[in-house]
Design a binder for this molecule. Sequence first.
Ligand code: NDP
Length: 246
Amino acid sequence: MSRPVTIVTGGSRGIGAATCVRLATDGHDLALGYVSNDAAAQEAAQAVRAAGARCVTVRADTSQEADVERLFDTVAAELGPVTGLVNNAGVTGPLGRLAETRTEDLRRVVDVNVLGYLLCCRRAARDMAANGGGAIVNISSAAATLGSPGDYVHYAASKAATDALTVGLSKELGPDRIRVNAVAPGIIDTDMHTTMGDPDRPARMASAIPLGRPGEASEIAAAVAWLLSPDASYTSGAILRVAGGR
Ligand code: NDP
């Protein structure tokens, strides 16, 4: 049987990089998308290849239609028909109350987290339908339902959009044998918190998490791997919260 071919956007760091390595271990070939950090992408790709998988790295901004099309074209040419998509590339922008947030920061969050997910889902839907099916996992956030008042409410709103597009697409694409699910992580120890200006957030929030600690990227990767696997063959439209009980 041929190996699954899976695209992971934002595969160079954090949850995406851990997901690439986990999927390589599970027998997938990987396309690792990223936006700017060439060194991180190469390091993650090396780990994927060390796990025995083929891996292409593609620098592509998922908020740009032409980049998304090039990402999928490259995968088809170099790895074969895509069978899996992990829509993971996401941004928060700097922390701040909505009243003080710049329009360009609002726009970037919506462009990457909402438009980017839709552009990738659209192309995956076309390619997977033409090749007999597939599976999509969208990385949402517990913030979609918990909200994030006082720091980044626009990010929470973008993740609520992820949940809505996951449920809607699961209905639309079921007849094409494409499953669509989401994983909603809680607080996971990655660069994201430093990028948004609050590196201590995971440690500070530990006491608010029933399991008493932030999550590891590999714990999100495990949930993604299950949703992509044949073990989840009857699971579609699910939003799986992986948040330590939060
Ligand atoms: P990181 O900040 O650690 O990594 C972000 C990744 O996304 C990098 O690989 C980065 O590439 C890539 N990326 C950013 N913008 C774009 C873009 N426009 N086009 C393509 N790639 C892009 O993030 P995390 O691993 O923490 O987060 C991954 C996902 O999980 C996000 O969707 C996030 O919202 C979600 N999430 C994270 C949580 C957490 O606590 N960490 C909690 C809940 C959800 P490059 O290396 O080139 O910069």
